[in-house]
Design a protein around this ligand. Structure first.
Ligand SMILES: N[C@@H](CCC(=O)N[C@@H](CS)C(=O)NCC(=O)O)C(=O)O
Length: 211
């Protein structure tokens, strides 16, 4: 059965695209045009009622939520070793940090990039100030974690968490304090960016920044 990723260039679909390439999963990439609001049109809303990307069609199932899809792909490919065994303390750490990405970083980025959503146009500046403060505090926390527990989030070996986290680091590249301004994070990202799958994802999406 065909695997199809619905995404948009340089968005939350990037982690799924990157993992599909990393894991060698044959797939079709359908890029939705946000300017034409293809992600808010009925055919796509039938797959993803929130009208956001990504959505992964896999074995006839429409899966949404980037972090959940990433975990599921790692589960389906245990040979890649991107998740520790279920029930182990290391697996608990993997869940901890994936949920931290989804619950702490992603909502703060959402507030930064869509600042009118939280409290209307009149409060855009305050919303962005709050988002920035939350993101900077979170990245400080991650830098301290990597400093003592690294080189990867789960320790010695890369995991699916690192793919998610590096995508989220990338989103800060045009913010007042990009994650690259923290040396430990910059070195960490460079290690993940050296993977051939990263270059291939960039090539297929036509992305050239944050190299
Ligand atoms: N919680 C969702 C969030 C996805 C999300 O917000 N995607 C953004 C792009 S990064 C989007 O589709 N934005 C278009 C819109 O909200 O209209 C996930 O992790 O998949």
């Amino acid at each position: 059965m065909r695997t199809t990723l619905y995404g948009s260039v340089s968005t939350a679909s990037l982690v799924v695209h990157w993992l599909l390439i990393e894991l060698g999963i044959e797939h079709e990439l359908v890029l939705l045009d946000f300017d034409k609001r293809e992600h808010k049109a009925a055919p796509y809303l039938a797959l993803n009622p929130a009208g956001v990307v990504p959505t992964l069609m896999i074995d006839g199932q429409a899966l949404t939520e980037a972090a959940a899809i990433a975990l599921y792909l790692a589960d389906r490919h245990p040979e890649a070793g991107l998740l520790p065994a279920p029930g182990t303390p290391a697996r608990g750490e993997a869940y901890r940090w994936m949920f931290w990405c989804a619950n702490t970083l992603q909502p703060a980025y959402r507030a930064w990039f869509y600042p009118h959503e939280a409290a209307g146009e009149a409060n855009v500046a305050a919303t962005q100030a709050m988002a920035r403060q939350r993101l900077e505090a979170a990245w400080q926390q991650m830098a301290a974690h990597l400093q003592t527990q690294g080189p990867y989030v789960l320790g010695e070996a890369p995991s699916v968490v690192d793919f998610m986290l590096v995508m989220l680091m990338r989103w800060s590249r045009n913010m007042p304090t990009p994650t690259d301004s923290l040396p430990v994070l910059k070195i960490y990202a460079q290690r993940m960016k050296a993977r051939p799958s990263f270059a291939e994802t960039y090539r297929r999406e036509g992305i050239t920044d944050w190299l």
